[in-house]
Design a protein. Structure first.
Length: 478
């Protein structure tokens, strides 16, 4: 019979049945799909347990009775002696007396007969001293606390992966597209599968669970082994979170919530003790504080990512490395060209992709003093050219960041990179001059017969036959 059927027939809930199974009093078979198959014999054992616990016979004694190590008649005699010391236990005395007269044995007595006596007596008197509640593994319900603890843990695993992307792979998180974000969520699950079992093994909890005072242990109070923790975490990922597959994960979360709110055991918690220390209000403040710390760590990491590889005085090669770092960070593609360590544009080896470029790359010039770069500039010029072209804002921005970002004055949360970006982007086809970190940034433009567009593209004016464009950009460290 299924768990639902044996629950109905025994009038025990799943948690009680699983507890007695865990204690070795019943041993259901496993079907091919993993579900338990309970026999009639196991139903009778549960009913006998229910009766004996109702008349206050201990669980240890019941185990001994089942194993044949002690005699039920002798146990009932001893129990009568104990019950006679209390005045409110007449129902238990009556049942013990009837069972003793019947000369019952644990292996074959009819528990329903004696449970009927207790049920009738309790209904008549209104006293429920012997109503069976049963034992179960210590576990908490509180579905929302469990959900919030799990959510915080997932955010932490996402943070770990984000930090790896930032510092190990130099990925700009702001440029992640939807498919990459979904991929990131799967990688976070991998981190969860590896890290959470270790946390359960070492501490019996995770950060999210610890904030709510939740502990996960074996029924005998031992912390889970790494293997046990891995099995449990895999159950959470698969049955609880639906592998983070969109839509399906919402279905699994809803079903898990329903089970928990109905005080039923989640499939991954069947063999464990899931307890909570308290439900005091300060734990909500701890949760808010944890999210504030996570936000601060992520914000700091994103700001630190704006630091280029080289700081201080730069050689040409170091300037170029900084330049290429920012180009990759902002996902700038220069087609089949790249800036080499000498600051010259060179063609890549043919990779089978044909690039169409509308711009001639500017030639960078460097002024060197004592082996370090003190000035960088380039000049571009077009005359009587009817082709449209991109403004050189991108090259100016990357050059500026490569130079200014290297200065020691550049700190975390500096607004200078954004200020430089605004100065350049807001002055397309216009002159500008400003200072940052002791560096003078200057752009001189001269043009006619061209007009700009909101997309940073410069196009020839159709109403003129001649046009001219010249731009000189320089950065001078004073």
């Amino acid at each position: 019979m299924t768990i639902k059927e044996i629950e109905t027939l025994s009038r025990m809930n799943w948690a009680n049945i699983r507890f007695y199974e865990r204690e070795g009093l019943i041993t259901p078979n496993r079907m091919g799909n993993g579900n338990r198959d309970y026999s009639e014999a196991e139903l009778q054992i549960l009913l006998r347990i229910k009766l004996l616990r109702s008349i206050r016979i201990s669980l240890d004694e019941i185990k001994e009775l089942k194993n044949g190590n002690i005699n039920l008649v002798e146990t009932l005699s001893k129990q009568i002696a104990e019950l006679q010391k209390e005045k409110r236990l007449s129902y238990a005395l009556e049942v013990c007396g009837v069972m003793l007269e019947d000369g019952v044995t644990f292996a074959d007595f009819d528990a329903k007969k004696y449970l009927h006596i207790i049920n009738s007596a309790t209904r008549e008197s209104g006293s429920w001293n012997f109503t069976f509640t049963g034992e179960e593994l210590p576990r908490m319900v509180y579905p929302w606390r469990r959900f919030l603890a799990r959510t915080l843990d997932i955010v932490i695993y996402n943070l770990i992966w984000s930090l790896l992307l930032i510092f190990a792979f130099h990925v700009n998180l702001a440029n992640r597209i939807n498919i990459e974000i979904i991929f990131d969520s799967f990688l976070s699950l991998v981190i969860m599968l590896l890290l959470e079992p270790l946390l359960l093994r070492l501490f019996g909890s995770t950060l999210g669970k610890a904030i709510f005072g939740i502990r996960i242990e074996t029924p005998d109070g031992r912390r889970l082994s790494y293997t046990e923790g891995m099995e449990r975490t895999w159950g959470v990922v698969s049955a609880g979170m639906g592998y983070n597959i969109p839509i399906y994960n919402l279905v699994r979360l809803w079903k898990s919530y329903k089970l928990c709110s109905e005080n039923r055991i989640q499939s991954w918690d069947e063999e464990i003790s899931y307890t909570i220390k308290d439900t005091k209000g300060y734990r909500g403040a701890l949760l808010v504080g944890a999210y504030a710390v996570i936000f601060a760590v992520l914000a700091t990491a994103l700001s630190a990512q704006l630091y280029p590889p080289n700081r201080g005085d730069l050689t040409i090669a170091e300037f170029v490395e900084n330049y290429n770092y920012y180009a990759k960070f902002y996902d700038v593609n220069f087609g089949n060209e790249y800036l080499d360590e000498n600051g010259k544009w060179v063609e890549k080896e043919f990779d089978g992709v044909v690039y169409i470029s509308f711009n001639e790359m500017p030639e960078y010039n460097f002024i060197i003093e004592n082996g370090t770069v003190t000035e960088v500039f380039f000049v571009v010029e077009r005359k009587n050219n009817q082709d449209w072209f991109n403004s050189y804002d991108t090259q100016m921005l990357l050059s500026s960041l490569a130079f200014a970002g290297a200065q020691n004055e550049m700190g975390l949360f500096s607004k200078v990179p954004n200020q430089i970006r605004e100065q350049i982007n807001n002055n397309t086809l216009e002159d500008f001059n400003f200072f940052e970190f002791g560096i003078e940034f200057t752009c001189d433009t001269e043009h006619y017969g061209y007009k700009g567009t909101p997309f940073g593209v410069i196009v020839p004016d159709e109403n003129v036959t001649e046009n001219y464009f010249r731009l000189q950009f320089s950065m001078n460290k004073r």
